[in-house]
Ligand binder design. Structure first.
Ligand code: BCO
Ligand code: ATP
Ligand code: AKG
Ligand code: FE2
Ligand code: MG
Length: 334
């Protein structure tokens, strides 16, 4: 763990004074002085992040890197997504999801109705995203050199059909994950076009990663909620939040306890983003029995049972072990 330099302490003071809205860095330089190096808990020593960036992640639970993924790469991901939607290729293990407002209507589904594809680890073109050296260099700063890609998504948030079902309730991604330690997990989420309040950008509660995993359940939304879109149970809409407006290629890295969601898409276009959740190859699986994660375990097992006609022999852990792919270093205990 590095010793904060004099420069770092200057930056902390600077952040204190200037981070309006976003929670400032430690309230005094003392809290990360030489005597307390353990304060840097969420990032590892590295040559990439500036002290400002490192402290920002420590304090806020996310870090936004502008213009990280190239236009060429994003255009290729978009083309591949379109091929999947047109059913020109079939990807083993891929989950295609339609918005609940469309799935539950008489509407004849066309490719435009796909709101999300998940688990594209067997699609070499989309999976390239998870192995991009530019992304992995950042991921390593949070979880170390052994890197597993655990969960992949391309989110195609549809124009809201009028029931606000395009929203994603505020949640912590750790709710879905039966592995630990929590600080060795990180999400990379890249905007595939401009994302703003109009088309439903990410909304985050800065600093919420310092809390614990909360109880999650379906929010009581009149217009319905998408399958598995659990939200934190006692969501306080008064909590200060930050809208992450991003341009094509901008990438945010965030901690799995950070409370986040996304607003409704009030534009006629589909809002696209691609993401991957990474975990260290030396993370380990936990049994979620008796924890707040029991409800999601049950739901996942029900879906697996229906889709694959299997019973209790497939565990929650198995569903993750099968999906995980090593992208750098060693797969030790995952
Ligand atoms: C960090 C992680 C964060 C997250 O993972 S957030 C949550 C991510 N979402 C997921 O994991 C996706 C879960 N979705 C799925 O597994 C599938 O899309 C789902 C819901 C099982 C549907 O699978 P399909 O193969 O399309 O099956 P189907 O068309 O025969 O529909 C079966 C029943 O499901 C319903 N359905 C489809 N899409 C839905 C939706 N978006 N929300 C709620 N219900 C939905 C559909 O109406 C049908 O219901 P019924 O049996 O007719 O009553
Ligand atoms: N009861 C709830 N439980 C969990 N999450 C919620 C709840 N109500 C709203 N949210 C989530 O809070 C976030 C903000 O939603 P909201 O629609 O109020 O704002 P927005 O559309 O992002 O921004 P704007 O203020 O510009 O409309 C979204 O992620 C939304 O899904
Ligand atoms: O792209 C979005 O709307 C956020 C999705 C998300 O947070 C998730 O699926 O876990
Ligand atoms: Fe999420
Ligand atoms: Mg709104």
């Amino acid at each position: 763990m590095s010793r904060p330099s004099a420069r770092l302490r200057v930056i902390i003071n600077h952040l204190d004074r200037h981070s309006a809205g976003i929670r400032a860095a430690p309230t005094s330089a003392q809290t990360v002085s030489y005597g307390h190096p353990q304060r840097l808990r969420y990032t590892l020593d590295n040559d990439l992040l500036t002290p400002e960036q490192r402290l920002f992640y420590e304090e806020n639970g996310f870090l936004l890197i502008r213009n990280l993924v190239s236009t060429q790469d994003i255009d290729r991901f978009r083309k591949e997504f379109e091929r999947i939607c047109r059913q020109q290729i079939k990807v083993p293990g891929l989950v295609v999801m339609r918005d609940v407002a469309i799935a539950k209507s008489e509407f004849v589904p066309d490719q435009r109705a796909v709101s999300k594809v998940q688990d594209f680890q067997e699609d070499p073109e989309l999976f390239r995203y998870c192995s991009l050296p530019k992304i992995l260099k950042y991921v390593e700063c949070f979880i170390g050199p052994n890197i597993m890609a655990m969960h992949t998504m391309l989110i195609n948030k549809p124009p809201d059909a009028g029931k606000k079902t395009s929203r994603h309730p505020m949640h912590q991604d750790l709710h879905y994950f039966p592995f630990r330690p929590v600080d060795r997990i990180v999400c990379a989420w890249t905007a595939m076009e401009t994302v703003n309040r109009q088309n439903g950008c990410l909304v985050v509660l800065p600093g919420s990663h310092k809390g614990t995993l909360q109880e999650h359940d379906y929010p009581e939304w009149e217009g319905g909620v998408n399958k598995m879109y659990h939200g934190v149970r006692d969501y306080d809409p008064e909590h200060p939040r930050v809208h992450l407006e991003m341009e094509k290629g901008d990438t945010v890295f965030f901690h799995p306890l950070l409370i986040h969601g996304s607003g409704m898409n009030q534009t006629p276009g589909f809002r696209k983003a691609i993401s991957c959740h990474y975990a260290s190859g030396d993370c380990y699986y936990i049994d979620v029995k008796g924890t707040t994660q029991e409800n999601i375990e049950k739901e996942v097992k029900e879906i697996v049972a229906r889709r694959h006609g299997v019973g209790d022999e497939v565990t929650f852990k198995d569903t993750w072990e099968i999906r995980g792919r090593l992208v750098q270093g060693e797969r030790i205990s995952m």
